[in-house]
Design a protein around this ligand. Structure first.
Ligand SMILES: [Zn+2]
Length: 267
């Protein structure tokens, strides 16, 4: 009898312990959101592994979020929700950098789950049809005609014209990249372009003033973190790189530890 009551005490202790941990994470992450960042959807073709997520993996990731009740929202809505102190529970954003041909594969997967995403276009590479970068195999880009047909899923953002490191060019050149890329996309595709993504995730703090003056609402970086309402800066939004498990280092995992906890607990 004594032994049974000791076991019951242990079980109660464990339940209290696990509940406290859950509540701790619940209050910490329940009102946070996250922005996912992808580059190419498809098999690894060489160069930086972090730039690829296989089609199957991408589908599994979207399926996981869908089954857990997450809903994708646009970056404009994210900003609106934060500014109006609306709940962020179970909402997230999806972003794609550069505008690779594989956007089309992502499109059909996103459509299946009724998810929306933002595609940041690197204009020069798209006009060339291919993006060549040192130590990377040349990558096929999506065409503007194809992009036009996918606007029911993708909102478009600027990723500059020439994809320069903005911290290494003059103020006039930065202004040109930010201003002309927006103008080009808006005129060519007849859409509003309100969002920007820093090439290579590189920026200076004063880029915020230029972006805001040119009419952008948000800009994303490659810094890893969740979106918290307090202290959010819409012009330096962090993003989560949800990599293939097999390509993930310890460092990658710990960098996004809060994200994995959040989605594992379904918060
Ligand atoms: Zn890029």
């Amino acid at each position: 009898m004594n032994r049974i009551s000791q076991n019951i005490k242990k079980i109660i202790g464990l339940v209290v312990f696990l509940t406290s941990i859950y509540l701790f994470f619940y209050f910490k992450y329940n009102d946070t959101a996250f922005i996912l960042v992808y580059h190419q959807i498809g098999d690894y073709k060489g160069g930086l592994k972090s730039l690829y997520v296989k089609k199957d993996t991408f589908n599994r990731q979207m399926n996981f979020l869908y089954n857990r009740g997450y809903k994708s929202i646009t970056l404009s809505e994210l900003r609106y929700r934060i500014e109006n102190n609306l709940p962020l529970k179970k909402v997230f954003c999806i972003t794609f950098d550069d505008g690779y041909k594989s956007l089309e594969d992502a499109y059909y997967i996103l459509k299946k789950y009724n998810f929306k995403a933002t595609a940041y276009l690197h204009i020069k590479a798209i006009l060339n049809g291919v993006y060549s970068y040192p130590n990377m195999p040349p990558a096929d880009m999506i065409s503007l005609e194809k992009v036009k047909k996918m606007l029911d899923v993708f909102e478009l953002g600027s990723h500059t014209i020439n994809h320069p490191d903005l911290t290494k060019i003059s103020y006039e050149e930065v202004l040109y990249e930010i201003k002309e890329s927006k103008k080009f996309l808006e005129e060519m595709l007849n859409v509003k372009v309100n969002h920007f993504c820093y090439p290579f995730g590189k920026y200076f703090k004063n880029h915020k003033e230029i972006l805001s003056k040119e009419g952008y609402l948000t800009a994303t970086t490659l810094n890893a973190a969740l979106i918290e309402k307090k202290n959010v800066d819409f012009f330096f939004l962090p993003r989560v790189e949800w990599k293939e498990w097999s390509y993930m280092s310890f460092d990658d995992f710990f960098k996004n530890f809060e994200f994995y906890i959040k989605i594992f607990l379904g918060l």
